[in-house]
Design a protein around this ligand. Structure first.
Ligand SMILES: [Fe+2]
Length: 242
């Protein structure tokens, strides 16, 4: 089975459309999302409708959860918090219902999907380095798992008795370890100094991974952010991909 995987859409409809069309061209049998459909971006309802109409399965991200239940006590800065509050106000009941039904974890074709990690903490754990990746592998049971959350596409590899390795995500065959955590980057707000939307394909039989960057027109997103008075910081972040 060829999986198309993306995540961290963050209310960026043009980027979501571009990634979806690309994954269809790649002839993926199943398209899966690693969460954070809303937050930061100005098209949250449109993105949810796009996911509903195409029956794209997703796990729940931290921004999806904060939109539903609030973010009191969470590490959310003012800029992100303002957009979460705005998002909750503009979403319809059907959007909130869809968000509320998102699972924290999914397993498809033997692969696990989570937003942040397998670490059973109430906080959304960030896998950013060897130490945090090691912590994840203490709890990850499956051989292959996909996540998002950091908006940086990387692969962490676990080999028993060896230090965990974390490297930039590249095309190739996943091998040489017993467990892998693959971060699929971000569709709507990449943070790896590449403003193009990010997604991957994974062949569950051959274990071949392909990383795809998709160029899309940011003008409608930036224009609407400006019109809605979203922080300039968020606009610049989108333009620069960091
Ligand atoms: Fe995110």
């Amino acid at each position: 089975m060829k999986l198309g995987i993306f995540g961290d859409v963050h209310g960026n409809l043009p980027a979501l459309k571009a990634v979806y069309e690309q994954l269809k061209k790649e002839q993926c049998n199943k398209i899966v999302c690693t969460g954070d459909i809303v937050g930061y971006g100005p098209f949250p309802g449109e993105c949810i409708d796009f996911m509903i109409e195409r029956k794209i399965d997703s796990v729940c991200g931290n921004h999806d959860e904060y939109t539903l239940i609030g973010y009191l006590g969470a590490e959310v800065n003012e800029i992100a918090g303002d957009v979460i509050d705005w998002t909750r106000d503009v979403l319809h009941h059907r959007h909130l219902k869809w968000l509320a039904e998102l699972p924290k974890k999914m397993t498809i074709a033997g692969c696990d999907f989570v937003h942040a990690s397998h670490v059973p903490t109430k906080k959304w754990f960030y896998i950013v380095d060897q130490k945090s990746a090691e912590k994840n592998f203490e709890y990850q049971q499956s051989e292959i798992s996909f996540n998002g959350h950091t908006h940086v596409p990387v692969i962490a590899t676990h080999v028993p008795g060896m230090p965990v390795r974390m490297t930039k995500l590249k095309d190739g065959i996943v091998c040489g370890g017993d467990k892998f955590m693959i971060n699929v980057g971000s569709v709507g707000q990449p943070r790896d100094k590449n403003s193009k939307a990010c997604c991957v394909t994974f062949d569950t039989k051959t274990k071949e991974l392909k990383v795809i960057r998709v160029k899309y027109d940011q003008t409608p997103v930036l224009d609407l952010m400006k019109e809605l008075g979203f922080s300039k910081y968020l606009q610049n972040r989108l333009k620069k991909g960091k």
